[in-house]
Design a protein around this ligand. Structure first.
Ligand SMILES: [Zn+2]
Length: 416
């Protein structure tokens, strides 16, 4: 058993802070969380052994321990600069898989211990997910959507999930689930990264189409993530019962137009929204102008006021107007929420417990409690004072395995 002690432990549950607390970890599991000494006499009698050995007590004065961070929206198969459509023919799957492994390493170097990959090609996300679990690659626990379901020639069609009517949609959904997808992703509206595809304000699917996907996912107890910018797309996603709406940007041909009535519908439906707030917002503002970016961010703030359950997720991997959204910039996205007026405790919840619930893994991770997976981080400072302190990583545990900044420890400690 290992005991990690710190000035404070944030359990991930709203506002719950244990001053001078400790977390006891046995193997891959948390066995207790409480004030100093609560793990029992073990804390006094065990010796401080080598890192990772049984009986270690890790005392971290000046630190905060909290659940590992969760990025609810990544694309490990994008490298944030190269046009993905061009690269589809130019880059082999073998090469792309190595790129994805490097992006996974970057994620964990930012304290992200669970990430939901919402779209890639060739089921490579499943190969990487399984390799990480085996200890062959370094990264967070991955929840893989595999091929996003989209219309022929639609947003992200090049990932291989094209389907135009309900039978074809069910077929692609079932193939993704057969391959081992952890969730399904549907492109309800168009988007910005696929040349020649419908733009963001155009709907690609009806409520009936999305409902078929929700039904297929439910046969395996999985949820659906719906990419939706357009008003009608947001409405259909709620009506069909998806688990999360991605972006939810209220986009129209003349820019972002927040609709309070529609936001009320999202809130009433209990649908989680991942507004994909990322750290390059301010640079995009320089490129696209403050009017557009401010209208979008105002919409995020208004959704919060309407009671919509928002979660953290960066859409890392995409690039807009040549501005890269890098995989290791997770905390920068949280800082945007802070600058937009969100409270620090609320942001921590959006990045841990609430994100886990939204992604369907709230029973196994997202909070520090006995019986849950030992996914946690220790940072110097206090994120409840400054979200930026989440950058001061001293310890990252994924299923109880320590990960260094280079990640080497995970590989060596997990093999054999
Ligand atoms: Zn995305």
């Amino acid at each position: 058993m290992r005991i990690i002690r710190a000035d404070r432990v944030l359990t991930g549950r709203p506002g719950e802070v244990i001053q001078d607390g400790e977390v006891a970890v046995d193997g891959a599991e948390i066995v207790s969380v409480g004030p100093r000494g609560s793990a029992g006499d073990a804390g006094e009698i065990v010796s401080v052994g080598p890192r990772g050995s049984a009986g270690e007590v890790l005392d971290l004065p000046g630190h905060t321990v909290l659940p590992g961070l969760i990025d609810a929206h990544v694309h490990l198969g994008f490298d944030a600069t190269v046009d993905p459509v061009t690269r589809r023919s130019a880059e082999s799957d073998h090469h792309l898989l190595l790129r994805m492994a490097e992006n996974a390493r970057k994620l964990i170097s930012a304290g992200v211990t669970t990430a939901r990959d919402l779209g890639g090609r060739g089921f490579l996300d499943l190969a990487l997910r399984d390799a990480i679990e085996e200890g062959l690659a370094v990264g967070p626990h991955l929840l893989a959507a595999t091929r996003p379901i989209t219309i022929t020639g639609g947003h992200c069609w090049y990932m291989g999930g094209e389907a135009d009517d309900v039978p074809a949609i069910r077929r692609v959904a079932r193939e993704n689930l057969r391959a081992g997808a952890d969730c399904l992703k549907v492109m309800v509206s168009g988007g910005q990264m696929t040349p020649g595809a419908p733009p963001s304000w155009v709907c690609q699917y009806s409520t009936e189409h999305i409902r078929a996907i929700v039904e297929e996912a439910a046969t395996r107890g999985k949820g659906v993530a719906a990419h939706a910018h357009a008003h009608a797309a947001i409405r259909s996603a709620v009506e069909a019962g998806v688990a999360t709406i991605e972006h939810c940007s209220f986009f129209t041909p003349s820019g972002h137009r927040y609709d309070p009535e529609l936001a009320d519908l999202v809130a009433a439906g209990g649908t989680y929204v991942c507004p994909t707030v990322h750290g390059v917002v301010w640079r995009l503002r320089d490129k696209f102008g403050s009017e557009m970016l401010d209208a979008w961010l105002d919409g995020v703030v208004a959704m919060r006021a309407a009671g919509v359950r928002l979660i953290a997720g960066t859409d890392s991997g995409f690039a807009a107007a040549g501005v890269a959204n890098d995989t290791d910039a997770y905390v920068a996205g949280l800082e945007v929420f802070e600058q937009a007026g969100f409270g620090t405790a609320e942001i921590v919840e959006m990045a841990t417990a609430r994100a886990a619930d939204a992604c369907g893994v709230g029973a196994v991770t997202g909070t520090l409690e006995a019986g849950k997976r030992a996914d946690l981080i220790a940072v110097r400072g206090d994120p409840l004072e400054r979200i930026a302190d989440l950058r001061n990583l001293t310890l990252v545990l994924v299923s109880g395995r320590a990960v260094t900044q280079t990640g080497v420890d995970t590989v060596t400690s997990s093999v054999g």
